[in-house]
Design a protein around this ligand. Structure first.
Ligand code: ATP
Ligand code: MG
Length: 350
């Protein structure tokens, strides 16, 4: 198979286990995001794939060639990989075009120039060919770093938090441009991020790594968001409403109504509901519990609302509504659960 294939990869620093039996497959043309909290081993996995770290246990194969296992190690420069880290690491003393041609050895001089010009063109940086890195903005440096990583036509591209140094607007633009350049190149890409939205936007598939260095879930962005198989995965996408209950006849009762589950009767469970999974209605339309809004914050497209359920002294619920929702006119409200955004887990499933 063309692309990256990792089997049974475990890694420890001293007696600290960082990666735990990780498997990963990225066919050519696909982009996989590793998403996980700080310190879970994302960069370690990338460094192992790059050959910057020696494999302790497991096997790494790139385009059907084993590049690392317990008893062998092919050096980074012979793995046909492109690397891009958060700080871009452009060579300050080289012009932009020379940065891009740097890794192109064994080609005729005019072919090298043509390849570099083509890549600068793809990332819209042709006018800066003779500039130096310190004269470019962060976004421009990122584009040059991408061109440099792709210039030698790598079999695998490894990106470690490539957009984290950019401001929100620039990040969105650069993400879109990068994705289009990568898809055109057909390279297999492994990208590390701890931003779930970024992973959703960029990835064909997402791998969620938990704090113990194990892969908790792998799937398309849609699967990860709508069918999180673990409370940790559900919580990656922000604040959740949480209620505890016990399964009875395939149902769990919460203060916002009941929800169905396949878990066995009598099991103690938690129900996690996304803020967009709490639906507000006018009282009278349904038999749902009354809620009273206690605060509202405009986030841009959406409002995030806190509301008290009935007269309870339990915790407020968080509700995400459209920005046009006029909080001050909303007096008689009730709330119900949209089951698409609600998930039930056994309490000991941590
Ligand atoms: N060379 C090293 N020697 C010892 N410990 C290390 C080394 N590199 C990383 N670690 C430790 O291994 C763990 C995983 O580090 P890693 O850099 O892979 O995490 P990460 O998921 O990339 O985190 P972040 O999101 O903060 O970049 C951390 O606890 C880190 O302190
Ligand atoms: Mg890291």
């Amino acid at each position: 198979m063309n692309g990256l294939h990792i089997v049974g990869l475990s890694h420890a620093y001293g007696n600290k286990q960082v990666l735990n039996n990780v498997a990963l497959m990225i066919p050519a043309g696909e982009l996989v995001c590793l998403l996980g909290p700080s310190g879970c081993g994302k960069s370690t996995l990338l460094r192992l794939a790059a050959g910057l770290e020696e494999v302790q246990q497991g096997t790494i194969v790139i385009d059907d060639v084993t590049v690392a296992s317990t008893d062998m190690h092919i050096n980074p420069e012979r793995r046909h990989i492109g690397l891009m880290f958060q700080d871009y690491a452009l060579f300050p003393h080289l012009s932009i075009i020379d940065n891009v041609t740097f890794g192109l050895s064994g080609m005729a001089v005019d072919a090298v120039r043509r390849r570099a010009r083509d890549l600068l063109d793809q990332v819209d940086m042709t006018p800066y060919a003779d500039s130096y890195p310190h004269t470019l903005s962060g976004g421009q440096q990122q584009r040059v770093a991408l061109a440099r990583a792709l210039a030698p036509k790598p079999k695998l591209l490894l990106l470690d938090e490539p957009f984290s140094g950019l401001d929100a607007n620039m990040r969105q633009t650069i993400r879109e441009e990068t994705l289009s350049v990568l898809k055109r190149s057909g390279v297999a890409t492994l990208m590390v991020t701890h931003d779930p939205e970024e992973a959703m936007f960029m990835a064909d598939r997402i791998k969620i790594i938990g704090a113990n260095g194990r892969i908790l879930q792998a799937g398309r962005p849609h699967d990860i968001y709508y069918h999180p198989n673990h409370e940790f995965v559900a919580k990656m996408f922000g604040k959740m409403n949480r209620f505890e209950g016990v399964v009875l006849d395939g149902l769990v009762n919460t203060p916002l109504g009941s929800i169905t589950t396949d878990l066995e009767d009598g099991l103690k469970v938690q129900v996690l509901i996304r803020p967009e999974g709490v639906i507000l209605d006018n009282v009278g339309k349904t038999a749902s519990p009354k809620v009273e809004i206690t605060s509202s914050h405009l986030l841009g497209h959406d409002n995030i609302i806190r509301a008290r359920i009935g007269n309870s002294d339990g915790e407020d619920v968080y509700i995400r509504v459209h920005h046009a929702f006029e909080v001050e006119f909303q007096k008689n409200l009730s709330a119900r659960i949209d089951p698409e955004y609600a998930f039930v887990y056994a309490i000991d499933n941590v």
